[in-house]
Structure formats: structure tokens, C-alpha cells
Design a protein around this ligand. Structure first.
Ligand code: DP6
Length: 343
């Protein structure tokens, strides 16, 4: 049996908008997390050895946290169909896939990135066992490429600490095809950079990200937004090199608000922040002003807030979160995580 863990990731420069087959409209940069992950195992047997060979093109069973989940089958079928050109053996075997998350399923934390990354890593390992040869680099690159075909942001969850996905002029070897570990200098202030996820709303997402990305086609601000992502990536490169947290905060918060601004100005339009999202943002700004502690926020396509801060402020920020921000979270729930500096 093959098993892999893949962590969640939080984008600093956001992927929002795609082209072609799961290619990003702009480069994105993310922190790979440490404690929030999906662990997936895969067992496989030749279909011809089964008593009753199934009639479907792909044959698999999928269990999530110990329970059969047929509702996930269409997504896995689509994924297998997309990756078949890379893994032609997929039609010859029956796969038993077991998966669980380290974080509560109902937390509102998107798990498609870690889930697709873990499954892709398992399937790459199957490929190797079945005699396909890869160098180390090829293994990681193709695992990320397959994950991308499952869910774009998943390609940033297979390998690395800070990860870049999408071609960017200043980042050597960056490509739209797969995520790469960030190859340029990183100041030690970013070691184990903290990310506390405030669970503002544990409900289902109001808009699927696939639908959301599509709304960037014909969006009046799309081209300016894609250009801005390139510029913000350039700014981040400087921040990573120098440890300039003032600019880092400006880029990260602006990216989060721009992502939501894009959703609010598409047709149809969505507001995914909740009143407590805004309350928390106001508190973060006040706290930063009054303490000079470089606490900032980012958002994904939902109401939850990721709070980012250097490890050296961990104690006081976490006390502040517990005392002041926890009441804005559903059930006062939040999760402390950090950048996985040694993946
Ligand atoms: C807002 O990767 O979930 O989290 O490729 O359609 O599966 P699909 O989309 P997905 O989009 C994530 C968008 C985001 C920003 C980001 O993670 O960069």
C-alpha cells in the first residue's frame, strides 16, 4: 500500500482566472502549511484479476475518514480522465483510495488542494512501482502537474515550502505547468512564519472555485488584475530577500482584497466575506497600529481569515487571538499552523 501526506497551502499572490487546461492566468505564490494536511493511501490490483470486472472506464473505491463516499466519484473520474495521458495504466487497475484530513472536514478549510496533491503523489508512486522511470525532479514536477489537473492550487501542495506556480519573468524555471519550490533568497524572518486560520464560517462555499475562475473570462478588470499579480510577485521577491514586512503586508492584504473585489465585480457577483470577516480585519489593522507587531491577514475564496505573523511574535499574537478574535469565529474555533520551512 502506498501512502502520502500533502499539506494545505495559502496563497499570498492569488490564482484567480485560468486558461487552457487548468493553466493559470497569472503566477501565484503560496506558503505550504505544516499541520493542515490530507493523508491518502492507495492500493491497486489488476482489473483482470477481479471476480466481476467493472464495466466503467475507471475502477476505484473512495473512502473518506473511513466511510465510502460515492459523492466524490465524479470528481475523481474527471481527474483520472485528465491525467490518463500521463498514467495510461489507470484503466488497467482497480484502485482502493482511503483519505483523511488532519483538520475537521466541516471547518470550511478547502481540502481540494491537499487532497488532489496527496492522491497525485500516490499515483506517481504507483507509476514508479509499475516500472515508469522518473528522476527525482521529474517525479515532483509530474506529481505537481497531475495535481494541477485535479485542482489548480493543488499543484502548490505537492512539494516545497514557499511555492510558485505560473510563469514569472524574475523567477527562473517558473512555469504554468506545475508548482516549483521558490528558488530565490528568503530572509530568516519567514522561518516558520505563522498562519492562524480563523474559522469565521464553517458552511459550504457559496461559489465553487471553478465557477469563480470562469467569471474572470470577460471580467472588465481581468487584464489589469493579471498584470498586477506579476507586479506583486516582483514586490514579494524583494520582501523575501530583505525581510521588508511593511511591503509584504501591503502586497498580501491587497491581494486578498483584490481577490474578493474580483468576485464582487463579476457577473454574477458574490460577497463571500461575512460581517465577522470585516470585524476581524478592522481589529487586525488596529492591533498593528497600536502595537507595531506586523500581523496581517489574507483570505481565500470564503469568509475565513488567515492571520500571518513572524514566529517571534507567536506568544503575544496568539494570546490576542484567543482573547479578542476568537469570539468572531464560529464556535470560537481557529487553527494555528505555520509555513513548513523544512518540507
Ligand atoms: C482563491 O485551485 O480551488 O484559493 O483549479 O478550479 O480547482 P480549481 O480552483 P482552486 O482555486 C483556488 C483559488 C484561491 C486562490 C489560490 O489558492 O491561489
Amino acid at each position: 500500500m502506498i501512502s502520502f501526506k500533502a499539506p494545505s497551502n495559502i496563497a499570498l499572490v492569488k490564482y484567480w482566472g485560468k486558461k487552457g487546461e487548468q493553466l493559470p492566468a497569472n503566477p501565484s505564490v503560496s506558503f505550504t502549511l505544516t499541520h493542515c494536511y490530507t493523508e491518502t493511501s492507495v492500493a491497486y490490483q489488476q482489473r483482470s484479476s477481479l471476480a466481476i470486472p467493472p464495466t466503467e472506464k475507471f475502477s476505484f473505491t473512495f473512502n473518506f475518514e473511513g466511510e465510502a463516499k460515492p459523492s466524490f466519484h465524479p470528481k475523481i473520474n474527471t481527474f483520472f480522465q485528465r491525467i490518463l495521458p500521463y498514467l495510461p495504466f489507470l484503466t488497467d487497475y482497480h484502485f482502493t483510495i482511503n483519505s483523511h484530513n488532519s483538520f475537521p472536514h466541516s471547518s470550511g478549510i478547502a481540502s481540494s488542494a491537499s487532497a488532489m496533491a496527496a492522491l497525485s503523489l500516490c499515483l506517481m508512486q504507483v507509476a514508479q512501482e509499475l516500472g515508469m522511470n522518473f528522476t527525482q525532479d521529474q517525479f515532483w514536477q509530474q506529481a505537481s502537474l497531475l495535481a494541477r489537473l485535479g485542482s489548480g492550487s493543488a499543484c502548490r501542495s505537492t512539494h516545497g515550502s514557499i511555492v510558485v506556480w505560473g510563469q514569472h519573468a524574475s523567477i527562473p524555471h517558473s512555469t504554468d505547468q506545475y508548482g516549483i519550490p521558490y528558488p530565490l533568497p528568503v530572509h530568516p524572518i519567514f522561518d516558520q512564519y505563522q498562519d492562524t486560520i480563523l474559522l469565521i464560517d464553517k458552511g459550504q462555499k457559496q461559489v465553487s472555485s471553478t465557477l469563480g475562475h470562469n467569471l474572470m473570462h470577460g471580467h472588465p478588470f481581468a487584464q489589469a488584475r493579471f498584470a498586477q499579480a506579476h507586479q506583486n510577485t516582483d514586490k514579494l521577491i524583494q520582501c523575501f530577500a530583505t525581510g521588508d514586512l511593511e511591503t509584504f503586508i501591503q502586497v498580501v492584504e491587497s491581494e486578498a482584497l483584490t481577490l474578493h473585489a474580483m468576485m464582487q465585480t463579476s457577473i454574477p457577483y458574490f460577497i463571500l466575506m461575512r460581517p465577522n470577516t470585516l470585524e476581524v480585519i478592522q481589529h487586525v489593522w488596529q492591533y498593528r497600529k497600536s502595537t507595531s507587531i506586523p500581523l496581517c491577514f489574507t483570505l481565500d475564496a470564503g469568509a475565513n481569515v488567515h492571520l500571518l505573523y513572524p514566529k517571534k511574535y507567536k506568544e503575544e499574537v496568539q494570546k490576542y487571538i484567543q482573547d479578542v478574535l476568537a469570539p468572531y469565529c464560529e464556535g470560537k474555533h481557529y487553527i494555528h499552523d505555520c509555513l513548513n520551512t523544512n518540507p
